[in-house]
Write a protein that binds this ligand. Structure first.
Ligand SMILES: Cc1ncc(COP(=O)(O)O)c(C=O)c1O
Length: 328
């Protein structure tokens, strides 16, 4: 099992892919023409929000299936609300925008879709503090991002010395760019100290999540995971995996506060997230998890998840939106 973090970064590769178009404020725009003045970028991260959405190519159907698109767009609108942003587009309009983009790109491969809502004009540290809703601009990119499901990826983790942001600090349930400084600090510390990734505790000292993913433990055959009030993002992968574990694998699922030392004695641990997909944790603070390999529950969850996200199980068709490439 490979453990080299260089080969295992699940952060979508934003540097090397330069698609022909992106969607920007209501229209498809050639990539090279989508520019703003440098100074308008200075403060956008303070209040900018985004979504990360995976879409999976199904060769049999000749279709790209956008995973949980409606749930992601509803979360985007909730992030806009919490950030006091205007919401110029409905879920249906954003769905059509994303479909038009991937169709224009003829994206016949696994693709990462990134809607980004930032303050109109660039904003500053007072953005979203006025009485009214703040005007926004929206850009959406779609770039190749091959799935690593079934490839045996695994990671070592440490418990970070950084505390997870919390609801009264910077609410983790908002997908706000600024929140990722916390993830970034934890990840940097982990890598400099020789681990692949970090698990971050919340202010109560309980397990929260990883830098860009939620965390799930298997203890005596039971799925255990921090609850949505434990300083985590309301993860769509987490919700989907818990549903599949219950329905398809008949597993008991418990959402509750998780102690740090439960990580050390868990039978299996895996991360879940749009980009992380399903990612095995083989050790935490050098305590080997289980036998240090991908465990049987993780493997079963990954198999069912992969089948469903790629559009091979019609019972879950309502979780996937066809991009509209079939027959074109
Ligand atoms: C901090 C954080 N937690 C959890 C997740 C997983 O959320 P989702 O499954 O909705 O992608 C993400 C994003 O992928 C994240 O950035």
């Amino acid at each position: 099992m490979a453990t080299n973090q260089e080969q295992q970064s699940f952060a979508p590769d934003f540097d090397r892919s330069m698609p022909q178009y992106l969607w920007w404020n209501g229209a498809l725009v050639p990539w090279q023409q989508a520019t703003i003045h440098l100074t308008a970028s200075f403060w956008t991260g303070v209040t900018a929000i985004f979504e990360g959405i995976m879409s999976y190519w199904n060769a049999d159907a000749g279709e790209l299936y956008i995973w949980q698109l409606e749930a992601h767009l509803q979360r985007l609108l909730r992030s806009q609300k919490l950030m006091r942003q205007e919401s110029p587009y409905t879920v249906a309009e954003l769905t059509a925008a994303i479909q038009s983009l991937v169709q224009a790109l003829d994206a016949r491969e696994d693709t990462y879709i990134f809607p980004f809502c930032y303050p109109k004009g660039g904003g500053n540290f007072e953005s979203s503090t006025g009485p009214g809703l703040q005007p926004v601009e929206i850009a959406i990119t779609a770039r190749p991002n091959p799935s690593h499901l079934g490839k045996g990826w695994a990671r070592s983790a440490c418990v970070s010395s950084y505390t997870r942001i919390s609801d009264n600090v910077m609410p983790p349930r908002v997908k706000n760019i600024a929140n990722y400084r916390n993830s970034n600090l934890a990840m940097a510390e982990a890598r400099i100290d020789g681990y692949d990734t970090a698990l971050i505790l919340n202010p109560a000292g309980k397990v929260a999540e990883g830098p860009g993913s939620c965390v799930i433990l298997v203890r005596d055959g039971v799925i255990v995971t921090p609850s949505t009030t434990d300083s985590i993002l309301e993860s769509i992968s987490r919700f989907s995996v818990l549903e599949l574990a219950r329905r398809e694998l008949g597993l008991e699922v418990v959402e509750r506060p998780v102690d740090r030392t439960e990580l050390y004695i868990a039978d299996e641990i895996f991360m879940v997230g749009t980009a992380a997909e399903i990612l095995t944790i083989t050790s935490v603070d050098r305590y080997v998890v289980g036998d240090g390999q991908i465990g049987p529950v993780t493997r079963a969850v990954e198999e069912v998840f992969h089948r469903v996200v790629r559009g091979h199980d019609p019972r879950y068709a309502h979780w996937s939106t066809p991009a509209g490439l079939a027959g074109r």
